[in-house]
Write a protein that binds this ligand. Structure first.
Ligand SMILES: Nc1nc2c(ncn2[C@@H]2O[C@H](COP(=O)(O)OP(=O)(O)O)[C@@H](O)[C@H]2O)c(=O)[nH]1
Ligand SMILES: [Mg+2]
Length: 289
């Protein structure tokens, strides 16, 4: 009896909360099995690759309401929920003086992206920015040649670290190598040097492929999380009709999405990420017959 007056601890509340969540999950499944139209809509989105549990939890509260009989409303509701969970970063009208570091696994499209962004910032926006490239990929054979090729074609200089200091450039794009631990330490040291010796704002983007599985996306994210990631960029959206892994990853990850690479052509196959584009691509995919 003495226990009744004892204050409840945070741990006890957490245990209770987990139990309630578990009960709610199985309840949600049960409730939905009695609402055929809701179940149909869950199945449509499961077919598209979204997680069943997540869908059930969202839709269960609607069973018994007028929504239950309206498929269009149910789909619209789910799309709105998806929309609210995705975060995008709009491109500023006026870009700040910044060092934009592009990191990610090998072969994911980082160097191509540096080329695309370089061309975009120099030639494709209302205001032309003064851009320079910096190569931090000294491992991969041919890495510098690829960047040099873009630099020559676009008339963008490849600079050395000393050149950062004179603030001559508006945007410095840094191309990096893959993802071993040593590289990350070196990259971290480079970031510290830039912070200490210049006033450039640092923008670090993790590049991920739309063709990767959600587990791999999470694993790569964990590797690079040691650095301070400001935004995500997805590449190779043209190589898959199934964006569910990417969407499932983004639902759980709060980092904003900035750009999308939708093909190999430089510079035109780069777009600013919008929720409309993502959701349209996701809903119109051709694997749902
Ligand atoms: N289909 C497709 N290929 C891409 C895309 N982005 C890059 N690539 C290709 O992927 C390959 C590797 O690109 P690269 O930029 O060298 O990757 P890095 O190793 O991360 O620097 C090249 O053949 C690129 O043309 C994209 O959005 N779609
Ligand atoms: Mg590269």
């Amino acid at each position: 009896m003495k226990n009744e007056n004892k204050p409840v601890t945070v741990e006890e509340i957490q245990v209770l909360r987990n139990e309630i969540l578990l009960m709610y999950e199985s309840l949600a499944k049960d409730v939905i099995s009695h609402a055929p139209l809701v179940k149909k809509v869950v199945d449509i989105f499961v077919d598209k690759g979204l997680e069943q549990k997540w869908l059930e939890k969202l839709l269960a509260p609607l069973v018994g309401s007028s929504f239950e009989e309206d498929e269009v409303m149910l789909v619209a509701y789910l799309l709105e929920e998806l929309d609210s969970l995705l975060t995008v970063k709009e491109e500023a009208k006026k870009l700040e003086k910044s060092v934009h570091i592009i990191v990610g696994g090998t072969g994911i499209g980082k160097t191509s992206l540096v080329g695309k962004l370089g061309a975009r910032y120099t030639y494709l926006l209302d205001k032309g920015y003064k851009v320079a490239f910096f190569n931090f990929d000294h491992h991969k054979v041919g890495a510098i040649e690829q960047l040099e090729h873009y630099a020559d074609a676009m008339d963008i200089p490849i600079i050395s670290l000393e050149d950062f200091v004179d603030k001559e450039y508006d945007i410095i794009l840094i191309d990096t190598a893959g993802s071993t631990g040593d590289d990350l330490l070196e990259l971290d040291a480079l970031i510290e040097i830039i912070k200490e010796s210049t006033s450039y704002k640092i923008e670090l983007s993790l590049v991920l492929s739309a063709t990767s599985k959600v587990k791999d996306l999470k694993r790569i994210y964990t590797v690079f999380e040691a650095l301070e990631i400001n935004s995500l960029i997805f590449t190779k959206l043209d190589e898959t009709y199934d964006l569910s892994d990417m969407i499932n990853f983004l639902i759980e990850n709060e980092k904003p999405l900035s750009y999308l690479s939708i093909g190999q052509k430089i510079p035109e196959d780069l777009i600013v990420a919008t929720k409309e584009y993502l959701l349209n691509q996701f809903m119109n995919e051709e694997n749902n017959e």
